[in-house]
Design a protein around this ligand. Structure first.
Ligand code: UDP
Length: 234
């Protein structure tokens, strides 16, 4: 599949058109940002690792009945994906308190939640992706009622599937972010699923194997991503 015109460059990925109007090439960069891009850096080989980790997770979810944009791996840093129109809403699911939830409600990191929390954020860098509710989504016409319902159901199912998937690898899924897109009139899972977008703690030790190592300057970032990759692909 030939890489044609670049149509988008984000913080961690670049999208290129292909000969097929239905398909794009998603290229993973080593660039890392945190705290609404106030902190910037690079994580060596991150693009290679996130490409492979995302591919494995998309394949797993697809096999479990969640439609995703993933088609196939093309190279170390590239995957072929379906061309979707991204719904400008980020969906976050949390199983334990961490990050912005801990800050928002003054909850100790790692506090168990009685049930998972589903949050929506408006995907708008200029505003720092503010948290919104279903009412904002409807009022601003970011998605229809039916789409919100489908997205929520998929997100909850993805949480159940991924929590089990990672637990088998001795990793606890603390929280994660999903993005969905519209493809041929249907909602499908898009973007990436990687240590950039999930918090993963090693069972037993509580060791952080995700982007918090970058956010919090914990060191050994590349090793953490590599550890996730080797568990996911073993
Ligand atoms: N997350 C993400 N992209 C974002 C914001 C959050 O992938 O733009 C992920 C993040 O890695 C974590 C979860 O969503 O796994 C919850 O993030 P949180 O709101 O705690 O964000 P923080 O402010 O700590 O980055």
């Amino acid at each position: 599949m030939k890489k044609l015109k670049q149509i988008y460059e984000g913080k961690a990925k670049i999208l290129y058109e292909t000969e097929s109007p239905e398909l794009l090439i998603q290229y993973f960069k080593d660039d890392a940002t945190a705290f609404n891009a106030k902190k910037k850096g690079t994580i060596s080989q991150k693009g290679v690792m996130n490409n492979k980790i995302s591919a494995k997770i998309f394949e797993f979810l697809q096999a479990q009945g969640i439609p995703t944009h993933f088609e196939k791996l093309l190279s170390e840093r590239e995957m072929l994906v379906k061309r979707v129109a991204i719904v400008p809403v980020e969906v976050i699911i949390r199983n334990k308190a961490a990050g912005s939830l801990s800050r928002l409600l003054d909850l100790p990191e790692g506090k168990k939640l009685a049930c998972p929390i589903l949050e929506f954020c408006y995907k708008e860098d200029r505003l720092g992706d503010p948290m919104i509710t279903e009412y904002h989504i409807r009022a601003l016409e970011l998605a229809t009622d039916e789409e919100i319902k489908t997205i929520s159901q998929y997100a909850i199912k993805v949480n159940e599937l991924m929590s089990r998937f990672f637990l088998k690898l001795n990793l606890e899924l603390i929280d994660f972010k999903l993005e969905f897109g519209r493809y041929q009139g249907k909602i499908i899972l898009a973007d990436e699923i990687s240590p950039d977008t999930c918090r993963l703690w090693e069972v037993g030790t509580g060791k952080k194997l995700d982007k918090d190592r970058f956010r919090q300057d914990l060191g050994n970032i590349e090793e953490a991503y590599q550890e996730v990759l080797s568990r996911v692909t073993k």
